[in-house]
Design a protein around this ligand. Structure first.
Ligand code: NAD
Ligand code: ZN
Ligand code: ZN
Length: 338
């Protein structure tokens, strides 16, 4: 099978011919139809984060495809089912996090495309319990971005406890941001979209943003203050300085939801203590979403409540696609068609 492989953190990905993997006990073999390129895959390929994957590995955690073989003991998935293979590839199912609805925090988890091979390939093996059914009416092309960008921003909106009439600033209208705008609107928020690319801001308006701020031309903190300040700021951009802007744009009682994961070498964000305390600010980290969150994301999409914006590429074009995301040229998400 064809696979895009990270062989070193300093070299482009290599397209390799590999043996089709065999599903072990409790696993399924999935023939990938569509596979989204998340900025996380780029961080993985560059070894950006404190905990690094071990090359060679296959990235990709927005893989969607058809179950073609069942490992021993798999009784709840059928051949021919369409499933998504998300970042949370496995969690223990027994720890206090797993049993209390926080499987995303399980200390004993596998991360697809990071600690185990992912969806930038014609086939992937996945834990049958974590390969999530894709409902009829959701195409593989749409299901792929929903599998990470969708579930992650849906969860970020959930943990922010947005009330109708609150102002929600979304910093970064890329793969994640174009869906964050829609979920924030669905819960009644007034959305302020912040980016540095004109095209992305136009897309945000099309998707329902109430206001846009071009942070290349305008100070976003001043612009958001002029609108009355943000009750919630969701940060999806990949720069610590943007987290600091988002913090500064909050009104008293505001919530800073941190989702973007800039490279470790870019340093920490620094938050001033005095306004944090006096303004009663909450700082919330949010990591992907649970299987239930993903089921809800698919259900909303099947009912026509969200729109996925993505351009299709071939897997052989993976390195050009990465360049396009890094330079801000990509429209929302890039999806590889297998
Ligand atoms: P992306 O590259 O598609 O989007 C980033 C956006 O930020 C782009 O639209 C870019 O133009 C914009 N941007 C750049 N500079 C900016 C600035 N100064 N102000 C405002 N916007 C700016 O990336 P993505 O796939 O949406 O991922 C975003 C981040 O989220 C990455 O760090 C990724 O690793 C992380 N991520 C986190 C989780 C999680 O569970 N916490 C899940 C998925 C992705
Ligand atoms: Zn992702
Ligand atoms: Zn667990």
């Amino acid at each position: 099978m064809k696979a895009a492989v990270v062989t070193s953190f300093t070299e482009p990905l290599v397209i390799e011919e590999r043996r089709v993997p065999e599903p072990g006990p409790g696993q399924v073999l999935v023939r990938i139809e569509a596979s989204g390129l998340c900025h996380t895959d780029i961080h993985a390929a560059h070894g950006d984060w404190p905990v690094k994957p071990t090359p060679p590995f296959v990235p990709g955690h927005e893989g969607v495809g058809i179950v073609e073989a069942l490992g021993a003991g798999v009784t709840h998935r059928d051949l021919g089912d369409r499933v998504a293979v998300p970042w949370l590839g496995h969690a223990c199912g027994r720890c206090d996090y797993c049993v209390s609805g926080w499987e995303t925090l399980c200390p004993d988890q596998q991360r697809t495309g990071y600690s185990v091979d992912g969806g930038f390939a014609e086939y992937v093996v996945a834990d049958a319990d974590f390969a999530m059914p894709v409902p009829d009416g959701v195409s593989p092309h749409d299901a792929a971005p929903l599998t990470c960008a969708g579930v992650t921003t849906y969860k970020a909106v959930k943990v922010a406890h947005i009330r109708p009439s609150e102002r929600v600033a979304v910093f970064g209208i890329g793969g994640l941001g174009h869906l964050a705008v829609q979920y924030a609107r669905l819960v009644g928020g007034t959305v302020i979209a912040v980016d540095v690319e004109v095209d992305k801001l136009e897309l945000a308006l099309e998707l329902g943003a109430d206001h846009v701020v071009n942070a290349r031309e305008t100070d976003p903190v001043a612009a958001i203050e002029e609108l009355g300040g943000a009750d919630v700021a969701i940060v999806l951009a990949v720069l610590p300085s943007v987290f600091e802007q988002a913090f500064a744009a909050l009104r008293p009682g505001g919530r800073l939801v941190c989702v973007g994961l800039p490279p470790e070498t870019d340093g920490p964000m620094s938050l001033p203590i005095f306004p944090t305390v006096l303004k009663g600010i909450s700082v919330i980290g949010s990591i992907v979403g649970t299987r239930q969150d993903l089921a809800e994301v698919f259900d909303l999409h099947a009912r026509g409540r969200t729109r996925v914006v993505a351009e299709t590429r071939k897997l052989d074009e993976v390195n050009d696609a990465i360049e396009d995301v890094l330079s801000g040229r990509a429209t929302a998400r890039i999806v590889f068609q297998l």
